[in-house]
Design a protein around this ligand. Structure first.
Ligand SMILES: NC(=O)c1ccc[n+]([C@@H]2O[C@H](COP(=O)([O-])OP(=O)(O)OC[C@H]3O[C@@H](n4cnc5c(N)ncnc54)[C@H](OP(=O)(O)O)[C@@H]3O)[C@@H](O)[C@H]2O)c1
Ligand SMILES: C[C@H](O)[C@H](N)C(=O)O
Length: 257
């Protein structure tokens, strides 16, 4: 049995990955969707045409993935694609964000992604894909978004190294690094501080971001960056010393208060 596993499938880009892959891939027997909000995950499942199973999991718990991993070992399917999309961010200075929220970003964005990737690889054969949602925030540290961007730098670095390890096995890893995307992400991100106004001006359409990410993964690309602005930002973050970017962002963060 050939399956696709998608985390964060109850909202935003994770739901979009499920709906687009459901149309695009033709040899998949089941989609295993993972999310925390049972009602929203059920809405995603209702829109799917391929047989779909929902796994409710809160990645703040280290046991969250046990039922899914147990099912992997019971059924022994072939995992054709793993999409690690679950994640969240909190805008604000580090010392203003609660201990739990800071550590939760690491648990959800890094630990859960790493854990599920480790559990899925034994079930992946030649010509499989792993798509990890990093961020353009991975390209340089961001004051006022410090932990979130650090978690996404982890995802980018881990994905690139893992690609090097797995490509000879025919398992291709793609890190997706979007700029701001028009999903519910930012509605949840402003508990401690406001998002830069310009980010809301440059929000990309989630359908387009996801479509490019899928195409880039199928083409075995290392990194998927949607839009000329973000591709230019990636180059800028490579050539401009990060301490200058940090100073500028810090000033902007202070001015927006
Ligand atoms: N939107 C952007 O501007 C942007 C840009 C670059 C990268 N990203 C990344 O893209 C990914 C998808 O985000 P999105 O924009 O689609 O936002 P979203 O609509 O808020 O979706 C986030 C998803 O992550 C899941 N999630 C959050 N906390 C979780 C937890 N503790 N346990 C299990 N699942 C959890 C959510 O599940 P529930 O809703 O069920 O809790 C939801 O399905 C994230 O990794 C994000 O960092 C977003
Ligand atoms: C939040 C999201 O990751 C986006 N790339 C940003 O930096 O705002």
């Amino acid at each position: 049995m050939r399956i696709v596993i998608i985390t964060g499938a109850s909202s935003g880009m994770g739901r979009e990955f499920a709906l687009q892959l459901d149309k695009k891939l033709h040899s998949i027997d089941e989609y295993w969707l993972v999310g925390r909000n049972e009602e929203e995950l059920a809405k995603t499942k209702k829109k799917m045409h391929t047989k779909t199973r929902n796994f409710i999991a809160d990645f703040n718990s280290r046991k969250a993935l046990f039922p899914l991993v147990q099912e992997l070992n019971n059924i022994q399917p072939e995992v054709k694609m793993l999409v690690n999309c679950a994640g969240f961010g909190m805008v604000g200075y580090f010392d203003r964000i609660s201990y739990n929220d800071n550590l939760s970003m690491i648990d959800v964005n890094c630990r859960a992604l790493t854990s599920l990737t480790h559990d899925c690889i034994p079930f992946m054969a030649v010509n499989s894909r792993i798509i990890n949602l990093a961020s353009a925030g991975a390209f340089n540290p961001q004051p006022g978004f410090a932990v979130y961007c650090a978690t996404k730098s982890y995802v980018l670095s881990f994905s690139r190294a893992l690609r090097g390890e797995l490509k000879d096995l025919g398992i291709y890893v793609t890190a997706v690094c979007p700029g701001p995307v028009n999903t519910p992400f930012f509605n949840k991100a402003e508990r401690y501080g406001n998002v830069y106004a310009f980010k809301k001006l440059f929000m990309a359409d989630q359908k387009a971001v996801v479509s490019k990410a899928i195409d880039d993964s199928i083409r075995c690309k290392e990194i998927s960056v949607y839009g000329r602005t973000m591709r230019a930002y990636r180059v800028l973050a490579k050539v401009v010393p990060h301490r200058f970017i940090i100073e500028l962002l810090n000033l902007m963060h202070k001015l927006k208060k």
